[in-house]
Design a protein around this ligand. Structure first.
Ligand SMILES: *Cc1c(COP(=O)(O)O)cnc(C)c1O
Length: 359
């Protein structure tokens, strides 16, 4: 069986060595030494001065919205994972959908501009598949209209834009370290910001607002992560480069086959070091996708329709006008990619796609 992705598991002994430390200290959670060590290592590795390790990427988005005190309408992309939109609604704001660029499937800056009203407070954009948005255009719009920018950078571990981690752009960027992501801590996430005061506020919010045992500075939530999760992160950090390299090789292997298939690839951003963490293809029709999925499933291969249905179809939002997304989302398929997927398996998947196409 070939799934769209598989969590990476490091050698169990390395994890067990950390578990032994946790047992010896009897310090399981609440900003423990392994959480601190992971935060330090992530700062070093990503060149980030200010980050907080959290229990998942959804809480990261919610804390970012809360800490920036966003109100009213937030312009966002319909082409992302559901957490991007649900976080906005959960925090009492209204998502307003801009359309996407047909070549990158990232939010289209000109569509953002058209969606701005007197009630707009922010833009929340996803660097879809780890491929950076048009960051410069989005920042220019935000500056012109005094809007905050949050990037949902859940897919972006290792991505560099203009020589620095893509997590360092926007007022806040959020990461997910969920088991299915390129770098994971089983469950986990992070917020990044340039603003030390904002970081302090988010640190309070991560820990119920506690300012000492009997004082509360802000309304908070439980956004903490445990020593066990941090331990998985510390071990996985040692393997993340090797895992990224195997995905890059897989990416190039898929590319070789693409010229024979009637599908379209996304255009990768310039001035970027990519992390190649997903392999999306766009078919000519939804019918072609459904046919491909059915045939691959019959061979126990399970690609996923990331992201379908698009988020403006959720039953708790206003749909808006997004003709590009409406046309493309039903035609996208993400092909399998994970650290030990072999070249032979990729060849098999692509041979099947070719056979389906020519049937
Ligand atoms: C995975 C993901 C999230 C959610 O992250 P969790 O850590 O699972 O809460 C949010 N946005 C995008 C784009 C994602 O892919």
């Amino acid at each position: 069986m070939i799934q769209v992705t598989q969590p990476f598991l490091p050698p169990v002994e390395e994890f067990q060595a950390y578990v032994k430390q946790i047992w010896d200290r009897n310090w399981l959670t609440n900003n423990g030494p392994l959480v601190n060590e992971l935060e330090l290592k992530l700062k070093e590795r990503l060149g980030a001065d200010h980050l907080l390790y959290l229990n998942n990427g959804t809480i990261a988005l919610q804390i970012a919205i809360k800490a920036l005190d966003l109100k009213g309408e937030i312009i966002t992309t319909p082409f992302s994972y559901v957490a991007t939109t649900s976080s906005i609604v959960w925090e009492g704001c209204t998502p307003v959908f801009a359309d996407i660029d047909p070549s990158t499937l990232n939010i289209d800056p000109s569509s953002i501009e058209a969606a701005i009203t007197g009630n707009t407070s922010a833009i929340i954009a996803t660097h879809t598949y780890g491929n950076p948005c048009d960051i410069d255009a989005i920042q220019a719009i935000a500056d012109r209209h005094k809007l905050k920018v949050i990037y949902d950078a859940a897919h972006c571990f290792g991505t560099l834009y203009k020589g620095k981690s893509v997590y360092l752009y926007g007022d806040v960027s959020t990461a997910s370290f969920h088991a299915t992501k390129l770098f994971h801590t089983i469950e986990g996430g992070a917020v990044f910001t340039k603003d030390p005061e904002l970081l302090k506020k988010m640190a309070y919010m991560r820990n119920f607002g506690h300012n000492g045992p009997e004082d509360f500075a802000y309304v908070g939530i439980n956004g903490k992560n445990s020593e066990f999760h941090a331990a998985m992160g510390l071990v996985n950090l040692k393997y993340v480069d090797a895992n990224a390299e195997s995905r890059e090789n897989q990416f190039h292997r898929y590319n070789i086959w693409m010229k024979h298939l009637r599908v379209q690839n996304i255009i990768l951003a310039k001035e970027t070091k990519h992390n190649y963490s997903y392999y999306p293809i766009i078919f000519e029709s939804e019918e072609a996708v459904l046919k491909a999925v059915e045939m691959l499933n019959a061979h126990l291969i399970y690609p996923r329709r990331y992201f379908y249905p698009s988020l403006n179809n959720l039953n708790y939002v206003t749909k808006g006008e997004t003709p590009v997304c409406d046309s493309i989302a039903p035609r996208v398929l993400c092909l399998p990619m994970y650290y030990n997927l072999s070249m032979e398996e990729i060849d098999l998947i692509c041979r099947l796609l070719l056979r389906i196409q020519n049937n």
